[in-house]
Design a protein around this ligand. Structure first.
Ligand code: MG
Length: 344
């Protein structure tokens, strides 16, 4: 099989503001594995927050020989590429997506089928409203009309103003993501206050290195608490049981696609709720995570909905619920924008 890759800049529809940063665009890399006329696609959306960068992904990719043995089994492919990727999780995610997409096409099977999942997604996805000017909130609420759940980024100086402003405009269910933006005292205060505002859950209230304080917050919070920055991969899950009610799994954090079903299984064993999430990504990464969506308690698969130049067609939204494309592998196709950008 032949490995190639192509960088691409995804542009945000609105500046994407979190408690720690704001972005107008993200640089990602598409990875392609080709064999006998079939193509497998993957996407690396590296996150600076987890010590990864677009530049380091490119540097590593340039050292991987493009011509590879035609691996039949994922474990053999993984053993071959794992020593070559310097532990970059987004790269591992992209390589594994491309492998499963290619294999699925060769075997004429979808990826969810391979894992024994139904592919019938019933959970609606939330739609994110990032931090930004309060004046733009009504425009963003209008844009989110077809979504039944809003995910609101907080962790700013005007958190209550943001929620009060949104509540003047809509009574839709809200999920709050503080992205580590609160102290323990602020978090206690906000958890109680938000519980009276039709808020369903709170993601990552405290800094990831303050896990020792989370147990106290969990004991007091009337709302479920979901670990994001505290939950990178499978090895984190046992440490979170006393401190959170659930975990947010993302391919770009955990790396290999086959880590996702393992994390889902372990979380359920510990009676933790499962959210499947994403970075700001295009339809390639979102459709890959969508393969596992039938198993989730909460979906936050909106990365591709927050950008204005997605070059692929994959998962579609039907009544706020992600609908997987028909077709083997990931079922992706290139759109006109992708074709003119010279993507595969
Ligand atoms: Mg989060």
């Amino acid at each position: 099989m032949e490995l190639t890759f192509k960088p691409y800049r995804i542009e945000c529809s609105h500046p994407f503001g979190l408690s720690r940063s704001t972005h107008d665009f993200y640089d990602i890399i598409y990875i392609y594995l080709e064999r006998e006329g079939n193509i497998g696609r993957g996407e690396a959306a590296p996150s600076n927050h987890y010590g990864e960068s677009f530049e380091s992904c490119l540097r590593v990719l340039e050292t991987i020989p493009s011509s590879m043995v035609d691996f039949e089994h994922f474990q053999d492919f993984k053993s071959h590429v794992e020593p070559l990727t310097s532990g970059i999780k987004s790269l591992n995610a992209a390589l594994s997506m491309a492998f499963f997409d290619l294999k699925g096409k060769q075997d004429k099977k979808s990826i969810y089928d391979k894992y024994g999942y139904s592919g019938n997604v019933t959970c609606p996805t939330s739609f994110t409203i990032a931090l930004g000017d309060l004046q733009n909130i009504s425009e963003k609420i209008d844009e989110a009309e077809s979504y039944s759940i809003l995910k609101i980024k907080l962790g700013s100086d005007s958190d209550r103003d943001i929620i009060n402003e949104i509540r003047k405009l809509t009574d839709k269910t809200i999920r709050v993501d503080a992205n580590e933006g609160w102290t323990l005292e602020q978090a206690k205060d906000m958890c109680s206050w938000l519980a009276s505002k039709n808020v369903e859950l709170i993601e990552q209230p405290l800094k990831a290195d303050q896990l020792h304080l989370m147990k106290e917050l969990k004991n007091e919070s009337p709302l479920p608490l979901i670990a994001d920055e505290n939950c990178i991969d499978l090895s984190d899950i046992p440490k979170l049981v006393d401190s959170f009610h659930g975990i947010n799994i993302k391919l770009m954090k955990c790396g290999w696609c086959d880590e996702v079903p393992k994390m889902i299984r372990l979380a359920k064993k510990f009676e933790l709720k499962v959210m499947l999430g994403c970075m700001v990504e295009s339809s390639v990464g979102i459709t890959a995570m969508g393969q596992f969506a039938s198993e989730a308690d909460y979906l936050d698969l909106d990365g591709n909905l927050l950008i204005k130049n997605d070059p692929y067609l994959g998962i579609q939204i039907n009544g706020g619920v992600p609908l997987l494309p028909i077709g083997s592998g990931l079922g992706l196709s290139l759109n006109m924008r992708g074709e003119s950008a010279g993507l595969k």
